[in-house]
Design a protein around this ligand. Structure first.
Ligand SMILES: C[S@@+](CC[C@H](N)C(=O)[O-])C[C@H]1O[C@@H](n2cnc3c(N)ncnc32)[C@H](O)[C@@H]1O
Length: 342
């Protein structure tokens, strides 16, 4: 059985860099068991002082297995083990756009890009049809998207994406960034923006854009649709259709003064989630999954799980899911909880 070693990417963030090898190991377990069953061997290992995640991939699923490994949140390179030697394997990344789409924006309160990717990957793997993760074509909602880390990531994976945030400054900053970025990279796109009015009532602002990675893709209509609604995520009725998204992923407010002005909007994340979840669940398709990144100090795991179940969702468990918890700083003990709609 071919054995691959995933070299873990160095992270710009020191705290995250320390946790990254363990997190990639857990992420690889979740993804491997969703795509190939629980018997795939995934192990963290150190070779010549360097961290790797070692994965045995079944011969008949090799192409798909390598594509999955290429798209883990912190894959830097992949090698096939041949006796004592490591042979480099070409990566098969999903990225449609230059990687600076995700890295240029720097601001207080930005969710770490590698963690955002892990949240998206694990949530996609938890859906009823996990194979859709690698095929593009998913519709993703980040109902508290800030300045759009998830929007940029989902777009680069070839998904359609909708973001919602109440903070007008975040909305303006994202709009200014994405329009400039698309222009500077000479990527064909269309933009439409204006007031968000439903039945004569003003509910905020909306930005809708369509973009394609190449001119040919634009011509043939192979587009990514990005929508940003600047409105309250607890009141989405009439704004987004029922059963219209495949995945909901978000980094919930940490409930602490941590540089994110967003946290001033909600000091009590559980109360916010209790109000928002009925609307979010309505928008999710059957078989779709929700992944919430949260701070255990302000949102105990069992209370969050009860809340998800009370909204008719089934918490997803299995190899890897219990190993995603990590310390960000003294006030943030971060974890991910994932649930599926029957
Ligand atoms: C942890 S931040 C998300 C950061 C984002 N992932 C990024 O990288 O930019 C949480 C977000 O929740 C938003 N938020 C809090 N309460 C909200 C509400 N009622 N409706 C919409 N957004 C809300 C805040 O404005 C903040 O941007």
């Amino acid at each position: 059985m071919p054995e691959y070693l995933v070299l873990v990417a160095p992270s710009a963030n020191r705290v995250y860099a320390d946790a990254a090898p363990l997190l990639v190991e857990a992420e690889a377990r979740v993804v491997a068991s969703a795509l190939a069953g629980p018997d795939v061997s995934v192990l963290r290992t150190v070779l010549a002082g360097v961290d790797y995640v070692q994965v045995q991939v079944l011969e008949d699923t090799q192409g798909r297995g390598l594509r999955a490994l290429s798209n883990l949140s912190a894959t830097h390179a992949i090698f096939q083990r041949e006796g004592e030697l490591l042979r480099p394997v070409p990566l098969a990344r999903m990225e449609r756009y230059p990687s600076d789409l995700l890295t240029i924006q720097k601001y207080r309160g930005k969710t770490n890009e590698q963690w955002t990717r892990l949240v998206l990957n694990v949530t996609a793997a938890a859906a009823r049809r996990p194979e859709r993760w690698l095929d593009g074509g998913l519709v993703v909602l980040d109902p508290m998207c800030g300045r759009g880390t998830t929007l940029n990531l989902a777009m680069s994976c070839g998904y359609d994406v909708i973001g919602v945030d109440l903070d007008r400054q975040d909305y303006e900053a994202y709009g200014a960034f994405i329009k400039t970025w698309l222009r500077q990279h000479r990527l064909k796109h269309t933009v439409s923006e204006g007031a968000l009015r439903i039945s004569g009532e003003n509910r905020g602002r909306r930005l809708e854009l369509q973009a394609a990675a190449t001119k040919d893709a634009f011509k043939t209509g192979d587009l990514q649709q990005v929508t940003y609604l600047s409105t309250d995520t607890t009141a989405l009725d009439g704004l987004l259709k029922s059963a219209s998204v495949d995945l909901i992923v978000t980094d919930t407010p940490y409930g602490v003064q941590h540089g994110s002005h967003g946290d001033r909007l909600s000091r009590r994340p559980l109360e916010l989630l209790a109000t928002a979840l009925p609307g979010w669940t309505r928008i999710l398709r059957a078989g779709g999954a929700v992944g919430l990144s949260y701070n255990r100090h302000v949102a105990p795991q069992d209370e969050l799980a009860d809340l998800l179940r009370a909204n008719g969702l089934e918490c997803v468990q299995g190899p890897g899911y219990d190993d995603l918890r990590h310390r960000v700083d003294a006030s943030i003990d971060r974890d991910l909880i994932v649930a599926r709609k029957a």
